[in-house]
Design a protein around this ligand. Sequence first.
Ligand code: ASP
Length: 327
Amino acid sequence: MQSQDTNPPKPAYALVIHGGAGTILKENMTPEREAAYTAALQAALEAGEAVLKEGGSSKEAVVAAIQLMEENPLFNSGVGAVFTHEETVELDASFMDGATLNAGAVAGVKTVKSPIAAARMVMDSSVHVMLSGKGAEQFAEKMGLEMVENSYFHTERRLNQIKRIKDSQANATKTPYKGEMSIDGTDVYKFGTVGAAALDKEGNLAAGTSTGGMSNKRYGRIGDSPIIGAGTYANNASCAVSCTGHGEFFIRNVVAFDVAARMMYQDLSLEEAGDKVVQEVLMEMGGDGGLISVDKDGNVHMPFNTSGMYRGYVKSTGETYIGIYKD
Ligand code: ASP
């Protein structure tokens, strides 16, 4: 007698992406903006899936999906990134290969067109894991990556945003995070860090994250996004993870690695591990945000403890999803 297998078939590949978590409420969103975000997420999924379908690597797929979002002004990464207190854009990104546990990251870069490409370049072509500021820029330029003026990343929307924040926070000593919504329906503080995690046909996992960090940041502040284990982690033995949220809490809780560690050491499923970290550990501390993740079996999980997270996934089985708010 044949055994009845009720489990869904394991997908040959899977890709999951996010475009940031935060106070994202349907009542503050116009239909046009919602459609624009959905289209942008869809385009990123398609770009990544095109790579995976052809038998390309999870590394290529992650970079392809993230680069589209870096170029899209809707997201807080690359073009359209949030402004620092000094009204410049400083970008952070990281990348990890789950097959080799190699990793690369850049922090505080101002002139590298694609921070995720630079992070991957640090992984592939240097003996280091993380480069920052001017050194990271020198390295990227030497490796032939495209360099741009900082103004390439500037958008009027974000400039207005930082001016509003500075006006209203003139006497504040701490950078706020919990977002109010502005009159035009856009977030006042930030949201829109981007990330991707993928499983390819070879069974290899990879993850990457790219961000402008937090609005109004100063003193060379670096968040979790470029920190391996905090904002990004991938290991073929467990899962690939990219985070978004209040970076300081994600660093302190080593969030991306904690999800993988709970799977490996406690034998939790991807879903159990992610929910534990996002809905319990982070929540108890007041750490707003979420993450996207995919495991070695192609399961996908996208937990968040904010009102929304731009997110989506696609699998070789044809299963696909795009979401913005809590379901
Ligand atoms: N985690 C990012 C940071 O703290 C921001 C975000 O994901 O929204 O820099």
